[in-house]
Structures are given as structure tokens and as C-alpha cells.
Design a protein. Sequence first.
Length: 198
Amino acid sequence: MAVEVLPLLSRFENVNDRESETAFFRTQVPWVGSLAYLNIIFKPVPEEVLQTAAQGLRIPSSVIEFMRKQNGADLFSGALSVYGVHRPGQMLNRGDPFSDLPFNIEDENFNWPPFDRTRLFAVGGYGFNGSRVCIDRRDSSIYLFQRGERQLMPTPSSAWPSLEDWLYSEIARLSMVFDTRGRRLVDESMTLPHVSSS
């Protein structure tokens, strides 16, 4: 069952929450920027756009199911990003601050270092150090790789059994790193997951 991100963020206060054509903006954080929001959850793209991208990129089924609910997210003031699909030719409208788009999953995978792209597919990242989150096409496990890794199959610094486990656990963990109005309570380095051996 695909994760729905919006309900998982209900502990945060409604501070000038907004909705645009492309996204839900939750908990304004003006100390970050005058129009900054703690969490931005992007609305799904039309099914035909998703299917075209899914076929062209060989997007794993759990990621497709996630994107049917939301087309990516920018969470906790950029601490965690989940990539999304862009419509062909779609560009950011810099004149409208509420027309944000997710990081483009196609670009993020083409810009990825020379890992085994037949096996790994980038689905997200952490803003503090640019580390990448990938799904393993073989078994749908999720791995975190530190920025700068250049091996064909580097050693992950953290792992989760599924996309759902990663999202549920990381949203829960990061929700405790910020107060209900969106102020970070710890050093920014603490927005990264703990290094694990599994």
C-alpha cells in the first residue's frame, strides 16, 4: 500500500498553508525565506505522463504507486526530497513562487554517478550533504549512498526493506527534529539518517 505523505505531517501547525495547481504547501517558515514552507507535497501528474515516464525509466512499481498519490515531496525545509516526474517540456515558472516542481526523477537518475543503473534507481536525497536514496530493482530494498561514491556498487550507509519503511521511518524521525512550527531543534547534520550496517 502506497504511503500518503500529507497525513504523516499532521503534527505541524497550519501556518499560512496553501494549495496551488502543483502542490500543497504546509507550515510556512519565514525565518528560512519569506515564502518558504517546511513541507511541500507535489500533486500527481496525469496517469499518461506517469506511465510514459515509468516505461522509459523502468520505474519500480512501488515508486509508481507512491507517485499516484503524490508526485514527490520537499520535506523538512529541504532536509529530505523525494523525486517526481515532470511533464515533457514542463519548466519552472519563476514568476509564481507556488508553481514549484519536485526534483526531476529523470534528471536525477541521468546525473547519477556511474553506479549500476540497471540495478539501482535514485528516488530521493538528503539536502545536508547531497547523499542519494536508491531503490534496488531486484528486491525493492532502499539504500542510502553518500555523495562522492564512485564504485559500481558502493557500500550503502543505511538501508531499509522497502520504500514504505524508508518513508514512514524517516518522516517520523525528522518530525521529531523540528518543532510544530517548523523550527529545527538540532544541528543540521542530525537531519541525516543514522549510519547502519543492515
